[in-house]
Design a protein around this ligand. Structure first.
Ligand SMILES: [Mn+2]
Length: 390
């Protein structure tokens, strides 16, 4: 079971190392990264300590400044011991996207979206990325604001064209979210709509499940099982939430839910023979209050623990209990695995691979946070990090 950890990797988001906030304000941290070089250095540090974060999701608008070629950025990543992962276009920050991007009634906005996606795909080709990860802020705030069906057609049209233009090496991930920033209707509001758009776009389009993008009470493992059986699950954005898209640390609110998601993936693969190896795990969190690198180490190690707990479920026993309609026994299979302390096994896995047994403690002992905090503040002339996060 423990060797299955070798196959478990989780991608870090470049934006998770920068100062972020809410619409009410932003609190700055001395060690927060403000350049792509700093973000890659921090991600490299997390990977060196945890051994499970070999790639970094990048944000086209924030991470590829003018005057730096994508291959130069890829070289920086390589020097830091990581590689560039998914390419995340930004179709929401520019003023032209006020009424949406692909779905906007404004032809100028739709053209700007096309152009930005072209650039994103070129970057993806240059850095050897395998995923174009799309999240749209598109939606409306008031009943009657725009024609919902016309917007649906515009989305279908845009995704089909982009799919056709996408480099062979890439797959398209379509993310959904029920609300925010749009508060009346969102053009891709749930997994069914994302699945529809992915199917219409083409065979290399799949659904991306962001665990924070569901209304309260949604059964995410049910959605995951459905998508796997329809060969439409592309990957995950991991975070936890209490009310809505809160971007809290994975497993901080409901670790049992994350365990059940990993178990659903295991059952689809082992019991039903569906392909699950391509499913990508990416962190999508912004740590507004926690120290960013510590939060990222906590996330990666929590993901490993919950993944390992899901591997502890005795599937044969579970199936026998299910066949006998023994509900209590079936549920106990899950509870027993979830209650198992897998931390000693994880320490053993790390020891065998020359990693620190306690990555968080090793990070604290390294003095990295204080050192880069001082360096970065000095470089910025005492000014707080000017993150491009909106
Ligand atoms: Mn996301």
């Amino acid at each position: 079971m423990i060797e299955r950890l070798d196959t478990f990797a989780i991608e870090l988001p470049s934006w998770g190392f920068a100062d972020t906030g809410t619409r009410f304000g932003k609190y700055v941290q001395a060690a927060a990264a403000s350049t792509i070089d700093e973000k890659l250095a921090d991600a490299g540090m997390v990977h060196r300590l945890t051994g499970c974060c070999p790639s970094v999701a990048v944000h086209v608008l924030w991470d590829f400044p003018a005057g730096r070629s994508p291959t130069q950025i890829a070289d920086v990543a390589e020097r830091e011991g990581v590689r560039i992962g998914s390419i995340n276009p930004n179709l929401f920050q520019d003023q032209v996207f006020k009424y949406g991007s692909a779905c906007s009634p404004d032809p100028e906005a739709r053209a700007a979206a096309d152009e930005h996606i072209d650039r994103s795909m070129a970057i993806g080709r240059d850095v050897g990325s395998s995923a174009l990860s799309l999240w749209f802020a598109d939606g409306t705030n008031y009943p009657g604001q725009d024609d919902i069906l016309q917007r649906k057609r515009r989305m279908e049209d845009a995704l089909a064209r982009w799919h056709q233009a996408m480099p062979d090496s890439m797959e398209m991930l379509v993310e959904y979210k029920p609300f925010e920033p749009a508060f009346y209707h969102t053009d891709i509001a749930d997994w069914g709509m994302a699945a529809h758009f992915a199917r219409k776009a083409g065979p290399r389009a799949k659904v991306l499940v962001d665990t924070g993008h569901h209304l309260p009470g949604a059964n995410i493992e049910h959605i995951v099982s459905f998508l796997l059986s329809e060969r439409l699950l592309g990957g995950f954005h991991f975070n936890d939430r209490k009310y809505a898209d809160d971007d809290l640390t994975l497993g901080s609110i409901d670790p049992y839910a994350v365990f059940r998601i990993f178990l659903a993936i295991r059952i689809a693969g082992e019991r039903h023979g569906f392909e699950t190896r391509h499913v990508g795990y990416t962190v999508d969190q912004s740590h507004n209050l926690k120290p960013k690198i510590e939060a990222m180490i906590q996330t990666a190690t929590t993901a490993q623990e919950l993944f390992l707990k899901a591997q502890m479920v005795d599937l044969d026993h579970l199936v026998r209990a299910q066949d006998a309609m023994a509900i209590v026994d079936a549920e106990r299979c899950l509870r027993d695995a979830f209650a198992t302390d897998v931390r000693p096994a994880l320490r053993e896995w790390r020891r065998a691979r020359g990693l620190p047994e306690d990555p968080l403690e090793a990070f604290r002992e390294s003095g990295y946070e204080a050192r880069v905090g001082a360096e970065r503040q000095a470089r910025r002339g005492g000014n707080p990090a000017s993150s491009s996060y909106a």
